[in-house]
Design a protein around this ligand. Sequence first.
Ligand code: NAD
Ligand code: TYD
Length: 333
Amino acid sequence: MKLLVTGAAGFIGSTFVRIALEARPDDEVVVLDKLTYAGRRENLAEIEDRIEFHHGAIEDRGAVRGAMEGCDAVVNFAAESHVDRSIAGEEGFAITHVIGTTVLLETARALGVERYLQVSTDEVYGSIAEGTFTESSPLDPSSPYSATKAAGDLLVSAHAHTYGLDAVICRGSNNYGPRQYPEKLIPLSVLNALHDDFLPVYGDGRQVRNWLWVEDFARAIDLVLREGRRGEVYNVGGPDELENIDVVRRILASTGRDDSLIEYVRDRPGHDVRYSLSADKVRALGWEAQVHFYEGLGRTVDWYRENEWWWGPIRSGDYREYYERQYGRALAE
Ligand code: NAD
Ligand code: TYD
């Protein structure tokens, strides 16, 4: 199979490509990535000679056609992935998630691609006080990030319904693991703790997230790509739900710091209180989460400790300005 993987220079996409090539060494992989602040060629370094890399955007028809020609399947990871950035300005989110997805779908149809997989998120369902979202829960997104992701998902379903495109959607809960850009809660907290800097907790810290080890999500996507039923949605909920404050405390303990580094800061506007996602349907295909939160968090902390070459350049680049804008103070040296 020849796969086009978009957004593969990012956190989850790069993990997926490594796992797919490990499982099927004879597959060919073409990558199309715009290399935004979150996209890094270093994420693909170990497999650089096994992929064909195209630098370009999914909203660019020429770039998409050039990369997709001759491919049997498309897996779309390309996204602006951070909720706080979407609250600060949503246009880039709409361009990538709505226009970009449209261009991918139209090109896939025009070229007769056999399978299209859209990578999506539990955030399209909104917040749930009790119980767990399933594939039949209504979409009720609350942030510009999740609203534009939901729009992308609806376009995928429309193309499957109207034109018979063989498309599937895979929605994951909060991922964590190596190579996640340090704007997200876990890598931000780990790096701040390692620098003895404060750990910002939004609001009261009682919000709940459903954590999923990134390699478990990548394996689920690979399975749905091959075994998922045409036109269907597959949710991939992680095995553990935790309040943010417990996540932060665990990170402090794992890095040998104490709770005095916790600082409660202004809450995120429109903050979703709780996410909870089922995994029954993908489990019926044969998937099972392999890594629980405490084990995965330990592995993540170790990886950030050992890979300053990866995060050092991020902390000395544009991230400093983002951090100051977002948190109203400078990043610790
Ligand atoms: P990321 O921010 O680490 O990576 C996104 C990648 O997409 C980067 O390489 C970036 O350069 C690329 N990109 C952005 N806009 C592009 C465009 N217009 N054209 C081509 N490439 C573009 O994100 P991630 O955390 O790896 O998320 C990947 C996908 O998984 C996204 O679709 C996201 O919505 C979804 N998802 C993420 C999570 C999570 O917890 N991070 C959970 C569920 C689903
Ligand atoms: P985040 O990693 O941004 O993922 P998402 O918003 O997609 O769930 O945030 C995870 C949770 O952590 C969310 O409830 C917001 C909270 N949070 C903080 O309390 N402090 C922070 O500095 C960040 C980035 C997030």
